[in-house]
Design a protein around this ligand. Structure first.
Ligand SMILES: Nc1ncnc2c1ncn2[C@@H]1O[C@H](COP(=O)(O)OP(=O)(O)OP(=O)(O)O)[C@@H](O)[C@H]1O
Ligand SMILES: [Mg+2]
Length: 360
């Protein structure tokens, strides 16, 4: 379905090609996950599939990319829109209408499909992506996960054979990301869409992937089954790391795999010494912190101690109040009630420069 033949992409003024002599074949109905560090060329690879690279980005593409038999050299992105749907990491940036139903219909209007077909496809897509309940909502009022599913739905209604997703969950909290990835795996399963997706949440997608494409960063590409690529020592999710440490073969790709393999390991664990970390000096103490914006209580009576030399992870859904709490602790954000103490000083009572020196 997607075929790269000796593809080399060089951006203007770049010292070296971003993609170098890449050969890659993705078959119809495959879920293919693209991995690589930042700047390794993932977006370049994805952009080359529908011709955005190089038609819109500039640069030179040598070799040949074909999608469903169409050569991107002779078919710019608009001539591939019926075959390839592209969704990026920021759904709001791509929306062209105001409500979910309008957005789902928009692409089909561009293709001048008959109204009866459009209505049917909108209904199918709402059901497929679990969005029927919010169909007439404004796009801006949807949750992050719903917006991203809406963006996927908006390209799906045109019935593309290939869906290209560039880090679709990078701006989402874990729950919303899960909804989006579950929807993607369903598409592959139920509709047979070919999906090429750059995604960091490997632990959520690896077990469903048919193929993994790894970009080591030198412009080359390695492609294979998930197990084969994971065995080469690339960045891996924790469950694969555990498998490597325990020397399991084959490597587990899901928690379920690992649980099966872990029985002998569990038997050894009760005797293993438990390491207790010494209690560290308190660096910041907060008590009863409240942040209120009008009627909305973003942070409610939060108390915590942060210790010297420790890294504390702050987790929560989109909109749960993480940033409000961070800035309230730092001192430059709003704090409606409560106390913060760092070395017996409250950052709010210091000059901005002194507060920054205390909590950067
Ligand atoms: N339009 C462009 N013009 C010039 N150089 C570019 C362009 N797009 C990307 N590059 C360069 O190509 C290289 C690969 O970038 P690319 O965006 O493909 O990487 P990526 O793997 O998607 O990174 P990230 O994980 O940050 O999204 C980088 O060095 C980048 O600076
Ligand atoms: Mg990218």
């Amino acid at each position: 379905m997607i075929c790269f033949e000796s593809v080399t992409v060089t951006y203007p003024d770049a010292a070296a090609p971003t993609l170098r002599d890449v050969d890659l074949v993705v078959s119809e109905g495959e879920l293919c996950v693209v991995l690589g560090r930042t700047g390794a060329g993932k977006s370049t690879l994805l952009g080359a599939v529908n011709g955005l690279v190089p038609h819109f980005t500039g640069g030179l593409l040598a070799g040949r990319v074909t999608v469903d038999g169409r050569d991107t050299r002779t078919h710019p992105p608009r001539d591939l829109a019926d075959v390839v749907g592209v969704v990026g990491q920021d759904p709001l940036a791509g929306f062209v209408t105001d409500t979910l139903e309008e957005e789902l219909a928009y692409g089909m209007e561009q293709l001048a499909l008959p109204p009866a077909v459009m209505r049917k496809r909108v209904e199918e897509t709402l059901d497929l992506l679990g969005l029927a309940d919010v169909r007439s909502r404004a796009l801006a009022d949807l949750s992050g996960g719903q917006q991203q599913r809406a963006a996927i739905g908006a390209v799906l209604t045109c019935h593309p054979k290939v869906l290209v997703l560039d880090e679709p969950t990078s701006a989402l909290d874990p729950t919303a990301a899960e909804e989006v990835l579950a929807a993607v795996t369903r598409l592959v399963h139920d509709l047979g869409v070919t999906v090429l997706m750059a995604e960091h949440r490997l632990e959520r997608v690896l077990q469903y992937a048919d193929r993994v494409v790894h970009l080591p960063g030198d412009g080359t590409v390695r492609s294979g089954t998930p197990a084969a690529v994971m065995a080469t020592g690339v960045l891996a999710p924790p469950v694969v790391e555990l498998g490597r440490l325990a020397g399991w073969d084959p490597l587990p790709l899901s928690v379920r795999d690992a649980r099966r393999l872990a029985a002998p390991l569990r038997e050894r664990l009760p005797d293993a010494p438990v390491r207790v970390l010494p209690r560290r000096e308190t660096a910041l103490t907060a008590r009863g912190v409240v942040v209120r914006y009008g009627d909305v209580v973003a942070v409610r009576e939060v108390g915590l101690d942060l210790h010297r030399g420790e890294v504390t992870a702050l987790m929560g859904r989109n909109g749960a109040g993480k940033s409000s709490l961070l800035w309230a602790l730092q001192g430059s954000g709003r704090r409606t009630a409560g106390s913060v103490s760092v070395q017996d000083q409250d950052p709010v009572q210091l000059s901005p420069a002194a507060a920054r020196a205390l909590v950067g």
